[in-house]
Ligand binder design. Structure first.
Ligand SMILES: CN[C@H]1CN(c2cccc(OC)c2)S(=O)(=O)c2sc(S(N)(=O)=O)cc21
Ligand SMILES: [Zn+2]
Length: 259
């Protein structure tokens, strides 16, 4: 069917036909302007991932996703703009094509090579992820920019596993991975109220974007592009790349900066 994707026929420019909220007042991603108001009341963001439990890595036809056991509070983020702890559910990436940038958020008009999203939900206020995903304070996504340079010493565990999830719908065990190894050295951030950057585009996300990118090599990013949008049974083989939405109108929203 006309399931959404990133091609001309089913991509971001036509998502509004099936998901009218695409034209809403708090859509993501956005461009982060050069000057953002500093909010001294914003405490540090704290990522308590020490007992996190990764379960598997999967190809959902839009990205490569590492899923976590979110049946209790063993891995949460709190602090920063958040009034409750939010439980880690999954992380995934967005990236470009060969030599092209593929981040979703931009900074003073500049894109990065890729963007990592760590998706969390407010299990204090909501009984399920699906319920939280449609609530204005239901989700918190930590965004981390990836820029190209030297090899990232831990990313190979993920890029090696990507070989196992080449086709849409594939999933493979991926236990014992702690995303703390993907964090930059400091957690200074920008924060604003936005949405999922893919359908269903729910306006339920408190975005927390880390200012400092992490560094990965072009070779490692190249392995992202061995993954396919298409399933094993499809005759078309579409390389998974440029799976990003471009910045959306700010519509008067305030962006705050931590220290
Ligand atoms: C396909 N991608 C989305 C999948 N999701 C989803 C799945 C099930 C139900 C649901 O709403 C009820 C949402 S999700 O909440 O995990 C996220 S987070 C996110 S991003 N790029 O803004 O970080 C995109 C998606
Ligand atoms: Zn994302």
């Amino acid at each position: 069917g006309n399931h959404w994707g990133y091609s001309k026929e089913n991509g971001p420019d036509v998502w509004h036909k099936n998901y009218p909220v695409a034209l809403g007042s708090r859509q993501s991603p956005i461009d982060i302007p050069r000057q953002v108001s500093h909010d001294p009341s914003l405490g540090p963001i704290v990522l308590d991932y020490d007992h996190c439990t990764s379960i598997n890595i999967s190809n959902n036809g839009h990205s490569v996703v590492v899923n976590f056991d979110d049946t209790d509070d063993r891995s949460v983020i709190h602090g920063g703009p958040l009034e409750n702890p939010y439980r880690l559910k999954q992380f995934h990436f967005h990236w470009g094509g060969k030599g092209c940038d593929g981040s979703e958020h931009t900074v003073a008009g500049n894109s990065y090579a890729s963007e990592l999203h760590l998706v969390h939900w407010n299990a204090v206020k909501y009984q399920s992820f699906d319920q939280a995903a449609t609530a204005p304070d239901g989700l918190a996504v930590v965004g981390i920019f990836l820029e190209t340079g030297d090899d990232h010493r831990w990313l190979h565990t993920i890029t090696d596993a990507m070989y196992m999830v080449k086709y849409k719908g594939s999933v493979t065990d991926f236990k014992g991975f702690n995303p703390k190894c993907l964090l930059p050295s400091n957690l200074h951030f920008w924060t604003y109220l936005g949405s999922l950057t893919t359908p269903p585009l729910h306006e339920s996300v408190t975005w927390i974007l880390l200012k400092e990118p992490i560094v990965v090599s072009e070779k490692q990013l190249g392995k992202f592009r061995l993954v396919l949008f298409t399933g094993e049974e499809e005759d078309q083989r579409l390389r998974m790349e440029n799976n990003f939405r471009t910045p959306q109108p700010l519509k008067g929203r305030r962006i705050r900066s931590s220290n």
